[in-house]
Ligand binder design. Structure first.
Ligand SMILES: NC(=O)c1ccc[n+]([C@@H]2O[C@H](COP(=O)([O-])OP(=O)(O)OC[C@H]3O[C@@H](n4cnc5c(N)ncnc54)[C@H](OP(=O)(O)O)[C@@H]3O)[C@@H](O)[C@H]2O)c1
Length: 340
C-alpha cells in the first residue's frame, strides 16, 4: 500500500466536498488503487491544523458544515504557507477563492508547494490564468505535476480530453459553451425575456454572481479559454490575446431573430487553428446551426467540442447541478498522477 500525505488549502464548497469524497472513496482508493491517502494538514482563512497520521475526515466535514474554522481543532495562527514549509507532504490541493488581480492566496501557496517537491492540484483559475507558464516550469524543474482539470468547466474533463485522449493528433478547433450564466441568460432571452430580467433570473437561479460583470462581459469565458489554450494547445496565451464580445448589447428581439432564422444563439469560447503555431482565440455569442454538436445543450449545461485531424469531432457535456463533480475533479487528478 502506497501512503500519500496530502495538504489541503480552502475548506469551502469545493474543499469540504473533496474531504467528503476522500472519505467516501477511502476503501476504493485502498482496494483498487493501492493508495492510503492521509490529509496530514489543512487550512482555511482562519487557521490550520496538522495531524501526522491524518486528520479525521468526518470530524472535519462536520466542523465545516457548521461553518466553523479548522482552527478549532488546530491553531488560528497557522497559515497555509507555514504548513507548506513545515510539513513534508506528497501532494497539495489548493481550493481557495479566485483572485484575478494577484492570484492570491493560491499563487504563493502553489509556488511554495511546487518548490518543496509536492504535486499540486487546483481548481482555482486565478493562479493558472496569471502564471501558468511559470508554474508549469516550476513543476517540471521539481519533478512533480501540476493538474487542474476542475478549473475549466468543473467536473467536465475538458483538459483531460485535449491532453490525453487526442494523443498524436493536431487540434484544429476547440469550441465550448463555457459560461453557465451567459448560456442561461441567452436561453431566457430567446423566450422573449428582456436582458435585465434574464440577468435577474440567472442570479436567482444561482448560476450568475450578484455582480454579473465577469460573466456577461465575457471575462470568465476568456479566463477558461486561456487556461485551456495554454494547457492543451501548448500556447502562452494571455487574457489580451482573446477577442472578446459580451452579451450586454443584445436584445431579446435579436436573440429571437436568430431563432427565427433556424439557428440558436450560444455563448461560445473558441480556439481555431490558423497555422502551425497560432490559434485565433475568441469568446462571444454565436449563431450555431441546429446540427452543431453544442446546439442541443441545455441552458444549465457546459460542453466542449474538439475537432482534430485524426479523431474527427468529439464532444463532451455535463450537467453539474451541485459542486460534487468539481470537487471530485481533485480526486480524478490525484489518480491521474498516481496511475502514471
Ligand atoms: N464552486 C464550484 O462549483 C467551483 C467549480 C470549479 C472551480 N471552483 C474553484 O474552486 C475554488 C474554491 O471554490 P469554492 O466554491 O469552494 O469557494 P468558497 O466556498 O468560497 O471557499 C473558499 C475556501 O477558502 C478558504 N480561504 C480563503 N482564504 C484563505 C487563505 N488565505 N488560506 C486558506 N484558506 C483560505 C475559505 O476559508 P473560510 O472557510 O474560513 O472562509 C474557504 O474555506 C475557487 O477558486 C473556485 O473558482 C469552484
Amino acid at each position: 500500500m502506497r501512503r500519500v500525505n496530502a495538504i489541503l488549502s480552502g475548506l469551502g464548497n469545493i474543499g469540504s466536498r473533496f474531504v467528503g469524497v476522500l472519505h467516501q472513496k477511502r476503501d476504493v482508493l485502498r482496494e483498487k488503487y493501492d493508495l492510503d491517502v492521509r490529509l496530514v494538514a489543512a487550512a482555511d482563512a482562519r487557521g490550520g491544523a496538522i495531524a501526522s497520521e491524518g486528520l479525521d475526515l468526518v470530524e472535519l466535514a462536520q466542523l465545516k458544515s457548521q461553518s466553523q474554522s479548522i482552527s478549532t481543532i488546530g491553531k488560528p495562527s497557522l497559515g497555509i504557507l507555514d504548513i507548506l514549509q513545515k510539513i513534508d507532504a506528497d501532494i497539495f490541493f489548493e481550493a481557495t477563492p479566485v483572485n484575478l488581480q494577484t492570484g492570491e492566496p493560491g499563487l504563493s501557496a502553489i509556488r511554495t508547494a511546487l518548490k518543496r517537491g509536492m504535486h499540486v492540484i487546483t481548481p482555482n483559475k486565478g493562479p493558472l490564468a496569471l502564471a501558468y507558464g511559470e508554474l508549469r516550469t516550476l513543476a517540471k524543474e521539481n519533478g512533480v505535476q501540476l493538474r487542474h482539470s476542475g478549473a475549466v468547466f468543473g467536473g467536465l474533463p475538458t483538459v483531460n480530453i485535449g491532453q490525453r485522449d487526442l494523443a498524436g493528433s493536431t487540434i484544429l478547433k476547440i469550441e465550448a459553451q463555457a459560461n453557465l450564466a451567459n448560456s442561461f441568460i441567452l436561453h431566457q432571452m430567446g423566450n422573449g425575456t428582456s436582458y435585465r430580467d434574464a440577468v435577474r433570473a440567472a442570479q436567482m437561479q444561482g448560476c450568475c454572481a450578484p455582480d454579473e460583470t465577469l460573466d456577461v462581459e465575457g471575462w470568465d469565458a476568456i479566463i477558461k479559454l486561456v487556461i485551456l489554450s495554454n494547457s492543451v494547445l501548448g500556447m502562452n496565451a494571455q487574457i489580451n490575446d482573446v477577442k472578446r464580445e459580451g452579451i450586454t448589447h443584445l436584445t431579446s428581439e435579436a436573440v429571437a431573430a436568430v431563432k427565427a432564422d433556424g439557428k440558436i444563439l450560444k455563448y461560445i469560447a473558441s480556439a481555431v487553428r490558423l497555422d502551425d503555431e497560432n490559434y485565433e482565440l475568441s469568446v462571444g455569442p454565436r449563431a450555431l446551426p441546429l446540427d452543431h454538436l453544442l446546439a442541443p445543450l441545455g441552458e444549465l449545461q457546459m460542453g466542449v467540442a474538439y475537432t482534430s485531424d485524426l479523431y474527427g469531432t468529439i464532444s463532451a457535456t455535463i450537467i453539474e447541478e451541485e459542486s460534487t463533480p468539481s470537487a471530485a475533479s481533485l480526486l480524478r487528478d490525484m489518480l491521474t498522477i498516481y496511475s502514471d
